[in-house]
Write a protein that binds this ligand. Sequence first.
Ligand code: SAM
Length: 207
Amino acid sequence: MKVLMTRALNLIAGLGLYDLWANRNLEEIHDTLIKLGSLDGNEQVLDVGCGTGILTSRLAETLRESAVHGIDMGPQMIRISKKRAREKNQEISYELGSALNLPHANGKFDVVFTCLLLHLLDASEKELALREIYRVLKPEGTYISAEFEEYTTCFLRRTVSSYPTGIIGKCGFRVHSRACGPSITKRHRTSYRVLVKPDIRGKGTNG
Ligand SMILES: C[S@@+](CC[C@H](N)C(=O)[O-])C[C@H]1O[C@@H](n2cnc3c(N)ncnc32)[C@H](O)[C@@H]1O
């Protein structure tokens, strides 16, 4: 189901419809992610599940461009990201690939971002993705994400969360801070997490 959703997103992007939706709905979320990043302009940054590169391109406006990387498993997403970078004359390194097997070296990045990626992964994929993000982060690196807030389904009153609460600690991360934002789907509020490697930043929670 989630694979189908990802394929559908890729097709929709190819028709230009994803950008129409994202430009109307994601600006405030991207603003919040950038603010949480507190970037000073010298960081090496990776945007995982970068989609059509809207956030990635904004990050390149704040950073040295050669330091900005984006990866997505959708070929159309990467095609449109590259086109956006060409049109804006930005030097961003885009790759077609999976969050579950990042092609980047250990400890390369200061900050990794994901925006609305985790809800598309099942539990075992979330764990793999988190482990990969942990691996490519520097020891003092930070992972910042935006997702849908936890909600209860009508069917069986099951609680659904995009964040793999139990897995965050298992993968070595600590929650440095969390925040909640407005709804983008009318039903679910947006929820942010800033995750760090615990040795450097002291105490946090696993939630
Ligand atoms: C809802 S879109 C968000 C795109 C972008 N982050 C944004 O803010 O516009 C989710 C993206 O995650 C990508 N994706 C889903 N599963 C992935 C995986 N395993 N590895 C890499 N990208 C993935 C999809 O192709 C899609 O582009």
